[in-house]
Design a protein around this ligand. Structure first.
Ligand code: GDP
Ligand code: IMO
Ligand code: MG
Length: 428
């Protein structure tokens, strides 16, 4: 079982970092294949809490080789400050490999991200402001700067010149910003070139060799299915392929190498930023859930929007990703509810939809059809087997499993590494 993909089922922050970390001890490689420092993964190891943005969560496990794949967009300043912070805490960062084909986020991407959002006004996406969308737009427009360009100053100059050609018109004439010079960008990037050089590799080749030797490779997705550029709630999405297919294209391996697809899903739902969210709560129950679940962003500190579990979304994610196993996280957060609501279908202007509607306007109009399950009041944070859970918590999990068409292999009952119930080994 060498190739394992971790993907988010909902709108992010499901606990992907913890799930990746959990596999760390028995994993040889962890590859980040999409996104950039828009991600925020909190991993708790004993008394230590780590907030990772750009680096794969596997960096925390001593035996793992962490990889930043070609599908990632890299802000070099963030890369090195994250590496320095981890190093200062005693984490060995020397094994990190970075794809020569990954794209670079520069200051003009960050600026464009912010001004575009401002111009969108009420229709804004609520991006993280990290320059993610503009960097991917340049990649698709074929005016992006790649990691390998840093090692040929002549080429770098030409590419930056090409990228700035149109951008300066846009910045000055449309957004009323100052023009950016080729020199300042080249200088900004070259500061990091020599430190980056030893990490740069043909990562697709390294991963293929590792898989050939039978080593375990975890492909760690950032963001989630409903934020995927193709399959999410467009345009309220991120700009990369956050679904399982992205693991192949974003790291340079064939899809046949992806043996198991693990979907991470929270026992309720959260969303950061704008866009439709059928089960969203606006009342005091929402306040309770946000507080109980500590639902404030790791990257931006923004309060997350919260709502009940949405079964059609899990079914949709299962289909789009080919999910083989689910990890149900944060079950402990629901402790204390008399009844636990679950969205089983939608009402769209008086018509019942059992699945996520393909039409965006319909999804915007969807209100949840809820079913209520008996709650539990016992503390479940020390449960380590399924049978340790109160009967009603077991019944809730079994009901979600049935609605999702996939087995729930792992259940999270707290933020710590060992606060899990393993029903089926993910590496088996
Ligand atoms: P990611 O972006 O998917 O990696 O998720 P985040 O790290 O942004 O958010 C998940 C949060 O939930 C983190 O603070 C985790 O420490 C925490 N967490 C993960 N699993 C569990 C769980 O089963 N129970 C509780 N209480 N917290 C969890
Ligand atoms: P992790 O990996 C939750 C959201 C932003 C915004 C939209 C586009 O921690 O689950 P972007 O900056 O990517 O262009 O923003 O996507 N978003 C996330 N929401 N978790 C994330 O990552 C996210 N990464 C981006 O809030 O709505
Ligand atoms: Mg997160």
């Amino acid at each position: 079982m060498p190739g394992i993909v971790i993907v988010g089922v909902q709108w992010g922050d499901e606990g992907k970092g913890k799930a990746t970390d959990l596999l760390g001890e028995r994993t040889d490689w962890v590859v980040k294949f999409n996104g950039g420092n828009n991600a925020g993964h909190t991993v708790v190891v004993g008394d230590e809490k780590y907030a990772l943005h750009l680096l794969p969560s596997g960096i925390l496990s001593p035996g793992v080789t962490p990889v930043i794949g070609n599908g990632v967009v890299i802000d070099l300043e963030v890369l090195f400050s994250e590496l320095e912070a981890l190093s200062a805490r005693g984490i060995d960062i020397s094994r990190l490999k970075v794809s020569a084909n990954a794209h670079i986020i520069t200051q003009y991407h960050r600026t464009l991200d912010k001004v575009t959002e401002r111009f969108l006004g009420k229709r804004n996406i609520g991006t993280t402001g990290r320059g993610i969308g503009p960097a991917y737009a340049d990649k698709i427009n074929r005016v992006g700067i790649r990691v390998q360009d840093l090692f040929d100053e002549n080429i770098l100059r030409q590419k930056v010149d090409g990228a700035l050609d149109q951008k300066n018109h846009l910045l000055v004439k449309v957004f009323n910003r100052r023009a950016v010079t080729v020199d300042e960008i080249v200088e900004e990037l070259l500061v990091y070139a020599e430190r980056l050089r030893p990490m740069v590799a043909d990562t697709g080749h390294l991963i293929a060799e590792a898989l050939g030797r039978g080593e375990v490779v975890v492909f760690e997705g950032g963001q989630a299915t409903m934020l995927d550029i193709d399959h999410g709630t467009y345009p309220f999405v991120t700009s990369s392929t956050a679904t399982a297919a992205g693991a192949a294209s974003g790291s340079g391996v064939g899809p046949g190498s992806l043996d198991r697809i693990v979907g991470i899903v929270k026992a309720y739902t959260t969303r950061v930023g704008s866009g439709p969210f059928p089960t969203e709560l606006f009342d005091e129950q929402g306040e309770w859930l946000r507080k109980q679940g500590f639902e404030f962003g790791t990257t931006t500190g923004r309060p997350r929007r919260v709502g009940w579990y949405d079964a059609p979304i899990t079914r949709y994610a299962t289909r789009i990703n080919g999910i083989t196993d689910l990890v149900l996280t944060k079950l402990d957060i629901l402790t204390g509810l008399e009844q636990v609501p679950v969205c089983v279908a939608y009402d769209v202007d008086g018509v019942r939809f059992d699945e996520v509607p393909v039409n965006q306007t319909e999804f915007h109009h969807a209100t949840p059809i809820l079913e209520y399950f008996p709650g539990w009041s016992e503390d479940i944070s020390t449960a380590r087997t399924f049978e340790d859970l109160p009967q009603s918590a077991q019944d809730y999990v079994l009901a979600l499993e049935k609605m999702s068409n996939t087995r729930i292999s792992v259940i999270g009952v707290g933020p710590e590494r060992d606060q899990v119930i393993v029903r089926h080994d993910l590496l088996d």
